[in-house]
Write a protein that binds this ligand. Structure first.
Ligand code: ZN
Length: 52
């Protein structure tokens, strides 16, 4: 199990090590932690449906 961090602004996932002070390294937006099991991101559908 691992965590990925989703930026709704960039529509990208980042690893914790890629974050800048806990935020998206590209745009500085807040990211949402997501659990990744076997390469599958849980809650990804929810992210895709989000307008933010
Ligand atoms: Zn971003």
């Amino acid at each position: 199990m691992a965590l990925a961090y989703y930026c709704a602004n960039c529509i990208l996932y980042f690893r914790e090590a890629d974050l800048t002070e806990g935020r998206c390294p590209d745009c500085g937006n807040q990211v949402k932690p997501r659990v990744v099991i076997g390469g599958v991101v849980l809650g990804a559908e929810e992210d895709a449906n989000s307008d933010q």
